[in-house]
Design a protein around this ligand. Structure first.
Ligand SMILES: C[S@@+](CC[C@H](N)C(=O)[O-])C[C@H]1O[C@@H](n2cnc3c(N)ncnc32)[C@H](O)[C@@H]1O
Length: 214
């Protein structure tokens, strides 16, 4: 391992997690915020959960959540920000410090989300593997949310440490062709993280689909 890989850590964001109390904030992602319109609750799987902002929102909206995250530092931030004292619903979230590609569970979920995970994976083969696992983990009539960077814009200078697998525009839409599309957009976002304070852009796909056949 070279120094960059070491400091980047598993999942690529460790340097960021080590430098601040909360890198991603506590507001849920756009599609996660829409979930109460589609599902009243159930069991959810949050893959690449980070500091669990989406898991926390889901736990407050009727879900019991399994949150899988490869970075210990991300989960440490989660424990600090959203401690059981601060969040009475916290028992509804079980965290697994594990590689999502190696995560094993025989149950099926009402909701499976991967918010920002896919572009962290090291190849398109790994992306395809996690997509096929997500499909398997979802109940009939259950929902999948995937949000990932696309290759329309390069990785910004402010996040030069990211060795991202950028998906072609339309890739996720095609990968879920046997599903019913509930929400789909190709977008460009501007954001500023607390560690660098440099405003930068990402191109991304947001997709929400329903499993309509086994
Ligand atoms: C872009 S961040 C998003 C975090 C969170 N989902 C959110 O929306 O705030 C992606 C997360 O995926 C994690 N990650 C990367 N590769 C992973 C893997 N193979 N298994 C599990 N988590 C992974 C990273 O550590 C990081 O916390």
């Amino acid at each position: 391992l070279n120094l960059e890989q070491t400091t980047k850590g598993k999942g690529q964001y460790d340097l960021e997690y080590s430098k601040c109390e909360c890198f991603w904030g506590t507001d849920p992602g756009k599609l996660v915020r829409m979930i109460p319109e589609y599902l009243k609750g159930g069991v959810a799987l949050d893959l690449g959960a980070g500091e669990c902002k989406n898991s926390v929102f889901l736990s407050k909206n009727g879900f019991v959540v399994d949150a899988v995250e490869i970075s210990e530092l991300a989960l440490r931030n989660y424990e600090r920000i959203t401690s059981p004292k601060a969040e009475p619903n916290n028992k509804l979230i079980t965290t697994y410090n594990s590689d999502a590609l190696l995560f094993e569970n025989n149950i099926q979920y009402d909701l499976v989300i991967a918010y920002g995970l896919l572009h962290c994976l090291s190849s398109i083969e790994e992306v395809d593997l996690i997509i096929s696992k997500m499909k398997k983990w979802t109940k009939l009539n259950g929902i999948i949310i995937v949000v990932s960077f696309t290759d329309m814009l390069k990785v910004p200078f402010a996040q030069a440490y990211l060795d991202a697998t950028l998906l072609p525009v339309g890739y996720l839409f095609n990968a879920f062709s046997e599903f019913d599309v509930l929400q789909y957009e190709e977008d460009v976002i501007s954001e500023t993280h607390p560690t660098s304070n440099i405003e930068h852009q990402h191109s991304l796909t947001r997709l929400m689909v329903r499993k309509i056949k086994n």
